[in-house]
Design a protein around this ligand. Structure first.
Ligand SMILES: [Zn+2]
Length: 345
């Protein structure tokens, strides 16, 4: 009998997974009012169609507590190779008990599904989806995707955290971006317990794109939105997951969704601005500083060696500051990123 149980166990597990999957409804719109309180709900939300005329589906997990508001939105992987946020949402939702909190959490663990499958940052037309908001109803591929996100998700939210990581070939500290001049946003940024906060308003200032980031679009719509960067692309980093889950739970306390005393990070580095420092020579880049390291003006940050090992360029801190992010890819042509340099208040 024991033997029979053991041999059938994998079948039952597989059958359970299959039936859960089969029961997830595909919806065209979120209908929060129609959802039962005190429960977790899972959906596929349809945002356009693929070449087989099937919906392009994004996963949506909703926990409705004992009241509907406030509504906190969590979005991960708008850049398809930035995966730590997916794990953060999965682990967070395993912990949350709907009976224990006020309000609603709407989480999207994988906002750019076609690009996630391709291990790529950009949308499948090669455009950065996070630079084309508000998008266009009848625009090109990325514009329509951004438009649908802007119509079907963002307007529901009171608060929003967009979870990112560094891009390919780079690594980030755990840092938040948002407007520190705004008290609500400043409180949210401190509550997610980052190493560093970089204050900015989220306007896309990139020559090839005329649009906004999702965060700037959300702010325009009256949603209190911040961006948080969690480590490295294309990996799950468990230290980042743990800090992410703890920080978002702390944010939920701060916003009144969970009971308790919220911690607000006080002794953290707050940057009034930040910028990238680039190479002017080509060769092999050796970045000598670590994340979160504070530098004085003229401290050495990096070297570039040529193919024969001779140092062809040395890069020094342009002013006092802190290392927010840095390159991990030694291959450098002129104009390659070296460090993301934050200027402390
Ligand atoms: Zn990103």
């Amino acid at each position: 009998m024991k033997h029979l149980f053991v041999s059938l166990a994998p079948f039952f597990i597989a059958a359970t997974l299959f039936s859960q999957e089969a029961n997830v409804p595909i919806v065209e719109q979120l209908d929060l009012a129609g959802l039962e309180n005190g429960r977790k709900h899972s959906f596929w939300l349809s945002l356009g169609e693929d070449h087989l005329s099937n919906p392009i589906k994004i996963p949506v997990v909703v926990i409705k507590g004992i009241s509907e508001r406030p509504i906190l939105g969590l979005t991960a992987a708008i850049h398809g190779n930035e995966l730590n946020g997916i794990d953060i949402i999965h682990q967070l939702f395993e912990k949350l008990e709907p009976q224990n909190f006020q309000g609603t959490v709407i989480a999207i663990p994988g906002l750019n599904p076609l690009s996630i499958a391709n291990n790529q940052r950009e949308f499948i037309d090669g455009v950065d989806l996070n630079r084309v908001f508000p998008g266009k109803a009848n625009g090109n591929k990325s514009e329509q995707m951004a438009y649908q996100i802007g119509q079907k998700i963002i307007p529901f939210l009171d608060y929003h955290v967009d979870l990112h990581t560094a891009s390919f070939g780079r690594t980030n500290s755990l840092y938040g971006r948002g407007d520190m001049q705004n008290d609500t946003l400043a409180g949210m940024l401190r509550a997610i317990l980052p190493d560093i906060i970089v204050s900015n308003k989220g306007k896309a200032s990139f020559g090839f794109a005329s649009g906004l980031t999702m965060r700037a679009f959300a702010i325009q719509k009256g949603v209190k939105s911040i961006t948080v960067e969690y480590g490295n692309p294309q990996v799950y980093q468990k230290e980042m997951t743990k800090r992410g889950v703890d920080g978002i739970q702390n944010l939920m306390v701060h916003l009144g969704l969970l009971k308790g005393d919220a911690q607000l990070a006080k002794k953290i580095a707050i940057c009034s601005k930040s910028y990238w420092v680039y190479t002017d020579k080509g060769g092999y880049l050796d970045v000598l500083v670590t994340l979160n390291q504070k530098l004085k003006k003229n401290d050495t940050m990096a070297l570039v060696r040529n193919s024969f090992g001779n140092v062809v360029s040395t890069y020094k801190a342009p002013e006092d500051g802190i290392i927010v992010g840095k390159s991990t890819n030694p291959i450098a042509i002129s104009g390659s990123r070296i460090v993301h340099f934050g200027i402390l208040n």
